[in-house]
Design a binder for this molecule. Sequence first.
Ligand SMILES: Nc1nc2c(ncn2[C@@H]2O[C@H](COP(=O)(O)OP(=O)(O)OP(=O)(O)O)[C@@H](O)[C@H]2O)c(=O)[nH]1
Ligand SMILES: [Mg+2]
Length: 201
Amino acid sequence: MDPFISRGSNQVKMRREVVLVGRSNVGKSTLFRSLTGKNVRVGKRPGITLAPTEFQLGRLIYVDMPGYGFMLRRGSAEQERVKDVIVRYIEEHSSTILVAVEVIDASSFLEIADRWEKRGEVPVEVEMFGFLEELGLDPVLAANKMDRIANPDQALDWIVDRLGMPSPWTQWSDRVAPISAKRGEIEALQAIIHARSQSRS
Ligand SMILES: Nc1nc2c(ncn2[C@@H]2O[C@H](COP(=O)(O)OP(=O)(O)OP(=O)(O)O)[C@@H](O)[C@H]2O)c(=O)[nH]1
Ligand SMILES: [Mg+2]
């Protein structure tokens, strides 16, 4: 992946991406809409976004990714293919990704993680967060659908613990953003993106 894009006359600028990854149906495209204003398709069923979608806003390129994991009316082979597309995209773009955002549905994350662990498996979202960390991307966690949560601080403490960050979650405010994409309450994430674009320009 060529990290440079041409803009203007002789100017060459670094391509810098903000990439949204996460399980299907967690609200990535809703968040992408809120961040960029671009009207992409969102839906009640998992498996709506099928290919990476880009939108340039200022100096940053936002990328909405397909969701991994369960997708309605798609077999496991198709789900594996989508997961490969995501992993390959992130590996190939690792030098141009400024912010890798893992989006979770905070209202169902713990229940789903419990289910996986009871089966003796590493929850797919924990695995993805670890993969982003291994690539040195310093991933940001966007805990979405906070509007559905009655006790946000307790839920966030449990969630960060699960992802290897000791609670309280408040000590991770430079990498954990509680948001509600549907309500347009995304300031915590915008602040982190802004801070990173200032410090890594
Ligand atoms: N309550 C609540 N619902 C949300 C929020 N954000 C998104 N949703 C809903 O979650 C569902 C899935 O939203 P999408 O944005 O399509 O999810 P996605 O992660 O892009 O899904 P895929 O493209 O299938 O991977 C929709 O019904 C949204 O309205 C939120 O902050 N709160
Ligand atoms: Mg989508």
